[in-house]
Design a protein around this ligand. Structure first.
Ligand code: SAH
Length: 232
């Protein structure tokens, strides 16, 4: 098992992190049941270490979330893979991520979808994420900083909506921004009792499937944690 203080294995001379990335995909993600080859391939390519501060780069492929400052985290790699598999992004899809943080999940969606819209409520994080996304040529991403708990109606409908923060309940406005056939993946519940929930819009119906337990930072804002329920 690698430790953060180790040097990366030297199997890929042009990218010293490639072997760790491959190990992450095989041992933490594929072995735990994520099978979608587009997702596995994209995560094998995406330089996760570029999304964390320099002092954490050697820990970027470990099996855990890491701090990105402002009390927020970059999610555990397995959770990013799991969420993405549940959202089932297709090459012609339009996706929305709420809670982009450092931009790692956004970059993965950029690789897997046609267009990506991303919202991050902390302006400094949104700015930093956009810098990295530009450096990585993720030119199908539109990012902005505001309270995204009610989605981004101006760019709806979306085939995929991923909420990367835990909500007390499913914001109805997000459901209304799902295209027919679209999928919303959102951690729902308070504190230690969140469940990753996938809602699929089919005609007049919304089919809800609960997946694994999870622990995300809170979704703040109008439809987030600690606010009174919105008026209809
Ligand atoms: N997507 C990141 C995880 C970021 S952590 C990854 O790839 O690892 C969740 C982020 O959600 C935090 O940066 C937090 O600031 C943001 N957030 C919380 N409530 C929000 C809201 N109402 N609108 C937009 N972003 C929000």
């Amino acid at each position: 098992m690698k430790k953060s203080g180790d040097q990366p294995p030297q199997t890929a001379s042009f990218d010293p992190f490639a072997a760790w990335r491959e190990q992450m995909v095989v041992e933490q993600i594929a072995r735990r049941g994520v099978r979608d080859t587009r997702i596995l391939r994209a995560m094998s390519r995406l330089p996760r270490h570029r999304f964390v501060e320099d002092s954490l780069q050697l820990a970027a492929y470990e099996d855990r979330p890491l701090s990105i400052g402002f009390g927020q985290t970059i999610s555990q790699p397995f959770m990013v893979a799991k969420v993405t598999e549940l959202a089932a992004p297709g090459p012609t899809d339009r996706a929305l991520e709420i809670g982009a943080g450092c931009g790692y999940q956004t970059a993965l969606l950029s690789e897997l979808c046609a267009e990506v819209y991303a919202v991050e409520v902390i302006p400094q994080l949104a700015r930093q994420a956009m810098l990295i996304l530009d450096e990585l040529d993720c030119d199908n991403v539109t990012m902005d900083s505001f309270d995204g708990s009610g989605g981004w109606a101006r760019h709806a409908p979306f085939d995929v909506i991923i909420v990367s923060a835990g909500a007390p309940q499913i914001p109805a406005l997000l459901l209304s921004q799902l295209a027919d056939g679209g999928r919303l993946v959102i951690p729902v519940g308070a504190g230690d009792h969140q469940e990753l929930t996938c809602i699929r819009h089919k005609g007049d119906e919304y089919e809800t499937v609960k997946d694994t337990r999870c622990r995300y930072v809170d979704l703040v804002g109008r439809y987030g944690v600690g606010t009174t329920p919105p008026q209809a």
